[in-house]
Design a binder for this molecule. Structure first.
Ligand code: AGP
Length: 609
């Protein structure tokens, strides 16, 4: 995923574009660039490396003058990170520049055609093909030229386009990659997401797939793919700009870990009234709910791990089959889905291409789609029948934390809501869980107070080159998330294993000093979890155990070190248990000198297959 931003107004564009790119850098950060019209031509500055390298190259923007331009921060897909493969990509005359987020799937055949027309290429990118093709069709109207190109390119793309021959307008195009327009007095913006422009305007238009927009100092005009005008509603963004700032923390990730109690309050409290779950956005009727025969949960990464917890919890509450599947697998497994299948799609960004494709597949098979999403107005949210927003606020760190936690809370709320409607759990059971949900933020605050203890454990373990997470039931699902957090920011190899499965092979890897994080919060299986601790200790492992406060003494007999969480309803154990694992990963990565907010090779939302 990449970040794109464009500005046309009356102020110097370069500093504005750099500031916008800095707020988009979490989307991709292996190279960056800008193209600005300086009164006679397009000035293009771009470079491999972080945004800082670009800023230094143009003296923080002072070296390029002009009041209209586009900028880009890249997560490479076609063509390795390099100066020449950085965006903006430029047509051969140098008069058209393009920034792009997505993939042009038929770029090779288009490139072959253009080469046959005598067009030379400088880069390995698919994006340069777009710039060259626009110039090929350009006959004095950039909007029309872009319209012609869109009938020929296939794939996912958000495009920002500037033309030196028409330096009063920018062109924006959206298909399967997010793009918003920012509106202001005497200026307009295009951007991959709101964080890039909220400093300048809160009035935005969410572009839909297939739409083209023309941006000028007077405002924006939107068209469909046939260049017929379309009218669009303006939305007002109401969250605070400091939500997208570090707020004194060293990393966004730590800030977002510590924000979790407040994020949970936003996700839970408006949805509980008089001890009952109230989901005002749930618009599926009672007859449909009663007739649900199966639930499919589809997601990627940490959102998939939420689905794993959701499977255990929803099956306990609803007593119907709940299948949880990776979105990238769902699409190709000929899933058994019909009109009585509720498909729950979970996505923080609401833009993950694998998940979006799975959503469309499920819809085509007749399923209703309920999505649990953080980014308001995102593509997945807009294509769902029902959207339950997590209200976590903007999450900047690539490694998700508060979005994961609020997703967990929302899927638990959904399970309790459906259980009430279907009568599959008694009122007392539901009331007990709801009461614990309301106490979850304050109990999580107690867990986060153990930050320094966990920092100490990290100092003991940060040099390990392989770490196991073992658990049963919801503890196994929790272990999956703990393991991913560790892997993606510390680069330590790690595996999460169902404890009962160790003896079927993997225990052969346990040797003196192997670190095993044993998750034992699920009371009903505590004795089993304990026997697994003994099993790995007897083979030389060091065990860091996570259990509930009531079981600390029992666990102390066998574990080398213990982290505890307050007792809570079994449905909510992962919501408390995840915080120590997030902090453990954070501090291990910190001690290993890793780039915590922007881990290598990753991006905040994966909008490619
Ligand atoms: C989470 O820490 C990872 N960055 C990644 O696994 C992420 O959860 C996954 O890419 C899904 O993203 P989404 O929730 O935005 O769809």
């Amino acid at each position: 995923m990449c970040g794109i931003v464009g500005y046309v107004g009356r102020e110097e564009a370069a500093p504005i574009l750099l500031d916008g790119l800095a707020r988009l850098e979490y989307r991709g950060y292996d190279s960056a660039g800008v193209a600005i019209f300086d009164g006679t031509k397009l000035q293009v500055a771009k470079t491999k490396g972080r945004l800082r390298a670009l800023s230094d190259m143009i003296q923080g923007g002072a070296a390029i003058h002009g009041t209209i331009g586009v900028g880009h921060t890249r997560w490479a897909t076609h063509g390795a990170p390099s100066d020449v493969n950085s965006h903006p990509q430029v047509s051969r005359s140098g008069r058209i520049a393009v920034v792009h987020n997505g993939i042009i799937e038929n770029y090779a055949e288009l490139k072959e055609f253009l080469v046959g027309q005598g067009v030379g290429f400088a880069s390995e990118t698919d994006t340069e093909v777009v710039a060259q093709l626009i110039e090929y069709f350009y006959e004095g109207d950039i909007l029309k030229a872009v319209g012609r190109v869109l009938h020929r390119i296939e794939g996912a793309y958000a495009l920002g386009i500037i033309c030196a021959d028409e330096p009063e307008r920018l062109i924006a195009v959206r298909k399967d990659s997010p793009l918003i327009l920012g509106l202001g007095d005497g200026f307009s913006f295009l951007a991959s997401d709101v964080t890039a422009i909220i400093k300048h305007t809160r009035d935005v238009i969410y572009m839909e797939d297939g739409e083209i927009a023309e941006l000028t100092r007077e405002g924006v005009k939107c068209y469909n793919h046939l260049l017929q005008p379309v009218s669009k509603e303006t939305s007002h963004v109401d969250w605070e700009i400091d939500a997208a700032e570090k707020g004194g923390y060293e990393h966004f990730m730590l800030k977002e870990i510590m924000e979790q109690p407040e994020a949970l309050r936003r996700a839970i409290f408006p949805r509980v009234k008089d001890g009952q779950v109230v989901l005002e956005d749930f618009t599926l009727d009672d007859d449909y709910v009663a007739a649900i025969r199966k639930i499919f949960i589809v997601a990627c990464g940490s959102s998939y791990h939420v689905g794993m917890v959701g499977k255990y919890n929803l099956e306990k509450l609803l007593r119907i089959p709940v299948e949880v599947t990776l979105a990238s697998e769902f699409r190709y497994m000929e899933p058994i889905v019909d009109e009585h299948t509720l498909v729950i799609v979970i996505s923080q960004s609401g833009e993950t291409l694998d998940t979006m494709a799975a959503l469309r597949e499920a819809k085509a098979l007749g399923a209703k789609i309920l999505s649990i999403v953080n980014v308001v107005g995102s593509s997945i949210a807009r294509e769902s029948d029902v959207v339950l927003y997590t209200w976590a606020g903007p999450e900047i760190a690539v490694a998700t934390t508060k979005a994961y936690s609020t997703q967990l809370a929302v899927i638990d709320l959904l399970g309790l809501y459906l259980a009430k409607k279907r009568g599959s759990a008694d009122d007392e059971r539901i009331l007990t869980a709801v009461r614990e949900l309301l106490m979850l933020p304050s109990k999580l605050e107690q867990v986060l107070e153990k930050q320094e203890d966990i920092q100490y454990f990290a100092s003991q373990y940060f040099n390990h080159d392989s770490i196991f997470f073992i658990g049963r039931n919801v503890d196994y699902a929790l272990g999956l998330e703990g393991s991913l957090k560790l892997k993606e920011i510390s680069y330590i190899h790690s595996e999460a294993y169902a404890s009962g499965e160790l003896k079927h092979g993997t225990i052969s890897l346990i040797e003196d000093g192997t670190l095993v994080v044993a998750l034992a919060t699920y009371e009903k299986l505590f004795d089993k979890a304990m026997s697994n601790v003994v099993e790995v200790r007897s083979r030389g492992a060091d065990v860091l155990a996570l259990t509930t406060e009531g079981r600390e003494e029992a666990m102390a007999k066998n574990a080398n070190a213990i982290i505890t969480i307050p007792d809570t309803d079994e449905l909510l154990l992962p919501s408390l248990g995840v915080a120590p694992l997030q902090l453990l990963a954070y501090y291990i990565a910190l001690m290993r000198g890793c780039d915590i907010d922007k881990p290598r090779n990753l991006a905040k939302s994966v909008t490619v297959e």
